[in-house]
Design a protein around this ligand. Structure first.
Ligand SMILES: [Fe+2]
Ligand SMILES: [Fe+2]
Length: 249
């Protein structure tokens, strides 16, 4: 069942509690009372259609309304993607890291297993941080600059030159998927570690990694299948309007 504007927000969470962190990215927190999705969005000054499309893509991975989502502004999408990044780096990764440092102290863990898990996770943390930093410092500012020029083309020659030099295809080509490496980490925990005394904590770590993996999957899809096509259209418009480096401004 799709999430629609007339459902109560509390029912949405009963339907799929994995949506809680997604709601938090819109600055929506628990305590909805009887308010509907539409009312909560209105109270928080959130674009209702954008909210519905994002939660539905998360709720049902087969639902990917490309045409609808491509009608939203890139800046709106980037605001959501940035909040997702900060959820990974400020909440999820430190949480899993904390659990991992606890589990490797458990009896049943030998030195080589301890090093294997810790090193693998540390390396993953570094790779994810680099991936996110590259987007936050490279492609996102480029897209926001492009949107600004298209909305109000009073910009410096330097801005036009910079925008002409870059293309979203460069991002698309080397945009690696960060979730597949989590599969290897899961396998280390599922297949190769001997049973440990604190099996509940190990189950919890595994559960958290599955959650992170599916969240990253949704995030990557939004970047590849929604952000990139939106920016491709923006670039087409930019090149047709400003072929002469802004001489027609
Ligand atoms: Fe990202
Ligand atoms: Fe990405």
């Amino acid at each position: 069942m799709r999430i629609n504007k007339d459902l109560k927000m509390a029912e949405v969470i009963h339907m799929n509690h994995h949506l809680l962190p997604v709601l938090n990215r819109f600055d929506i927190y628990l305590g909805f009372g009887e308010r509907t999705v539409e009312v909560v969005c209105k109270d928080h000054k959130i674009n209702l259609n954008f909210f519905l499309e994002i939660v539905n893509t998360f709720h049902d991975p087969t639902y990917f309304p490309l045409r609808h989502l491509q009608s939203f502004k890139a800046s709106m999408l980037i605001e959501y993607l940035r909040k997702t990044h900060s959820y990974y780096l400020d909440v999820k990764i430190p949480e899993i890291g904390q659990y991992i440092s606890e589990i490797v102290q458990c009896s049943g863990f030998e030195e080589n297993h301890r090093n294997l898990v810790k090193n693998f996770f540390d390396q993953y943390r570094r790779e994810l941080t680099n991936h996110i930093n590259k987007e936050e410092q490279g492609v996102y500012p480029y897209v926001l600059r492009l949107e600004k020029v298209l909305d109000s083309p009073r910009s410096s020659q330097e801005t036009f030159d910079d925008l002409h030099k870059y293309s979203i295809n460069e991002y698309e080509e080397d945009h690696d998927d960060v979730e597949s490496k989590l599969f290897d980490l899961k396998n280390i925990l599922i297949k190769y570690l001997p049973p440990v005394s604190n099996y509940k904590l190990l189950n919890l770590i595994l559960h958290e990694i599955f959650e992170l993996e599916s969240d990253l999957n949704n995030h990557g899809h939004i970047e590849d299948l929604i952000l990139v096509p939106i920016v491709e259209n923006m670039e087409k418009e930019f090149h047709s309007r400003f072929a002469n480096h802004g001489s027609n401004v």
